[in-house]
Design a protein around this ligand. Structure first.
Ligand code: ADP
Length: 371
């Protein structure tokens, strides 16, 4: 139970269509994350699924039943918001119990369900406290507890961690993943933070301007981004992009000339491309090496961040193309001087002028086995 199917969903405010027709299926038990920059339509999508926002056209189905006309409480979903929306004068117990009180449930049942949720969320010791006596993370857990007691088919989370500091956010990510393995419910989570998407999702849905750019597992999106937008959005630090010119096309490779006059033969199928086309080469910072590589490029490091386990080097190549390299923690780097950095052509990504990626040879079945 808990399969969600969206068919041709759109949303318009006055004459502006903010969600273009979207088709999407989220399977039972999946942890799906909607991610994208602010204003791309993530919250609107979630609110339409919840029944808090009218759908302009299309259908929302939960377990095969069209729920377009069902009010939120009848959809078998629970939603957790960024603002915890707790009642300050009520105890943690009463805050969690609130939806059960509204449903006029028997006291013994209320107690059992609240204690079960508190146990899962490690809140048992706090049940008699007021929200004001809790940390931000604990308050968010109370809000999640209130969603859990309703035993929904589907949980909806709208940026639930954005009010927490970085360390707590990292802890809560792990707790939410644990909660998902324990409960096994379908979860749909909205965030603008690609790290939250990468760390928690079974399935990431990348949105931009009301359309889906790509749907896939975290590693699929990382290794096989469908286009330059997804390539730049997923991965931290961002992928490096360098303008280049196609100089040779073969069945299984495309050779490009970088602005620095260096050529690279990228192992991608030479389809829908011609000599003279302007392309973009993408290379992840972690795929670059300090010193020469199969492809070597001159790079002037400007800022070096020593993180202990790794060193992040920011600078420019070919004059003004920004470049970032993630190297070993103890690597020697001289700022302000041109040095040679390298990468392997198999690690490169190649994009057409319209942003669409050339297909890379990545063994997705092997990646899937890692989970
Ligand atoms: P996100 O959650 O990705 O930041 P939203 O779903 O909140 O984005 O908004 C998507 C788009 O819809 C934005 O351009 C926003 O300005 C617009 N929008 C959201 N709510 C309304 C509204 N009530 N009236 C008009 N436009 C709205």
């Amino acid at each position: 139970m808990g399969q969600l199917k969206l068919t041709g969903i759109t949303k318009s405010y006055n004459k502006t269509q903010v969600i273009k027709p979207i088709d999407l299926t989220i399977d039972e038990g999946e942890f799906a994350v909607f991610v994208g920059p602010s204003g791309c339509g993530k919250s609107t999508m979630l609110r339409m699924i919840a029944g808090l926002e009218e759908i302009t056209s299309g259908t929302v189905e939960i377990d095969g039943q069209v729920v377009n006309d069902l009010p939120p409480v009848k959809r078998g979903i629970s939603m957790v918001f960024q603002s915890y929306a707790l009642y300050p004068h009520m105890s943690v117990f009463e805050n969690i119990a609130f939806p059960l009180r509204v449903a006029r449930m028997e006291e013994s049942e209320v107690k059992a369900l609240v204690h079960k949720a508190a146990d899962v969320l490690k809140l048992t010791e706090r049940l008699e406290h007021r929200p004001g006596e809790l940390s931000g993370g604990q308050r968010q857990r109370v809000a999640i507890g209130r969603a859990i007691v309703r035993e929904p088919q589907i949980f909806l989370f709208d940026e639930p961690l954005s009010n927490l500091d970085a360390a707590l956010r990292a802890d809560m990510r792990v707790e939410l993943s644990r909660l998902h393995s324990k409960l096994g419910n379908t979860m749909i989570y909205v965030t603008h933070d690609q790290i939250e998407a990468m760390t928690m999702a079974d399935k990431i849905v990348v949105l931009r301007d009301g359309i889906i750019e790509q749907v896939g597992s975290p590693l699929e999106l990382f290794h096989k981004p469908a286009n330059k937008f997804v390539a730049g959005f997923i991965g931290n630090p961002n992928m490096n992009f360098m303008p280049c010119l196609c100089t040779k096309v073969e069945a299984l490779s495309v050779t490009v000339s970088l602005h620095t006059g260096i050529t690279a033969k990228i192992p991608v199928p030479g389809t829908d491309v011609a000599v003279g086309d302007t392309l973009t080469l993408g290379i992840r910072p972690s795929d670059m090496t300090v010193g020469a590589g199969e492809v070597s490029i001159p790079f002037t490091p400007e800022v070096v961040e020593r993180l202990g386990n790794e060193t992040v080097i920011y600078g420019a190549t070919g004059g003004d193309t920004p470049l970032c390299v993630v190297a070993d923690g103890n690597v020697r780097v001289q700022t302000g001087e041109v040095q040679t950095f390298g990468f392997s052509s198999v690690d490169a990504h190649l994009f057409r002028a319209n942003g669409v990626a050339f297909a890379r040879k990545v063994d997705l079945a092997a990646l899937a086995e890692l989970d």
